[in-house]
Design a protein around this ligand. Structure first.
Ligand code: SAH
Length: 248
């Protein structure tokens, strides 16, 4: 991603607690669903953003956490936050579809609100290869939660995320990719708002003024307004599901 775009995304999202729906409670719930973790292992957090979940993970996990993202300013923020709390987090700038790790390197791979960007199935499959046999993957994905889908929500997500499937279809696909499903749960609606949409929404008007002359930026901000509106209206029909999986 070019540096101007990185700076733009940092300006919009960088100082929010998170860059996707999620919360400390949900990260902990996902971590606690993992039956047993061998002592002192290296974990990988894919698409870490500024590391809301990475820091929670690092506090729980007995071993270092490598955290990757493609936006350098996010990684700089994570680096500073991790240093402040003396956490064993190693931020690295790399793309999830071109990670240079040796196969079988990790006992645990984590990813919240990020796999979709390089394709959820492709990313899950790559991470399957990075796991040691019997290692765990915990990842969230945006899914339809009901068969009865409101037209306005369908119209919005058909444009923004055409690959969106049902909760069950994602679980089936993960099993085809060689994972056993240990647990799954829907992130509560407050995970969308408290640390993400609410602080984001309160800055959108200001950003619109700053970027008034930049057509791409305005288009992005318009789409974000639409995303928030759809969520306000139809929180029951779609959501983020946390999938906790074991590689087989
Ligand atoms: N996990 C964080 C951030 C989620 S937002 C949270 O839940 O708060 C999605 C993140 O994925 C962003 O930080 C974005 O920069 C990153 N991302 C997008 N495409 C990527 C890619 N190809 N490789 C690595 N990271 C990517």
């Amino acid at each position: 991603m070019n540096p101007d775009m990185q700076e733009f995304f940092d300006r919009v999202f960088g100082d929010l607690p998170r860059q996707a729906p999620g919360s400390r409670a949900s990260t902990l719930r996902g971590y606690n669903a993992i039956p047993a973790m061998p002592g002192s292992t290296t974990a990988l957090d894919v698409g870490c953003g500024t590391g809301g979940q990475t820091r929670t993970l690092a506090k729980m996990h007995d071993g270092p956490v490598v955290a990757i993202d493609i936006i350098q300013p996010f990684l700089r923020r994570l680096h500073a936050l991790a240093a402040k709390d003396d956490l064993a987090i190693h931020p690295v700038c790399m793309s999830m579809d071109r990670m240079g790790f040796v196969d079988g390197s990790f006992d645990l791979v984590w990813s919240e609100g990020a796999f979709y960007s390089a394709g959820f199935d492709e990313s899950a499959s790559i991470c399957h290869g990075l796991l040691k046999p019997g290692g765990y993957l915990a990842a969230t994905e945006l899914v339809w939660l009901t068969d009865d889908r409101p037209e306005a929500a369908v119209r919005f997500w058909e444009t923004e995320y055409p690959a969106m499937r049902s909760r069950e279809a994602v679980a089936d696909r993960l099993q085809q990719l060689g994972f056993a499903l240990i647990d799954s749960f829907v992130l509560p609606d407050k995970d969308w708002w408290d640390e993400f949409y609410a602080p984001l929404s309160s800055r959108l008007d200001g950003l619109r003024e700053v970027f008034a002359e930049d057509r791409d930026a305005i288009a992005f901000l318009d789409s974000t307004v639409g995303e928030l509106d759809v969520r306000r209206q139809y929180p029951e029909s779609y959501g983020y599901v946390f999938y906790i999986l074991r590689g087989e």
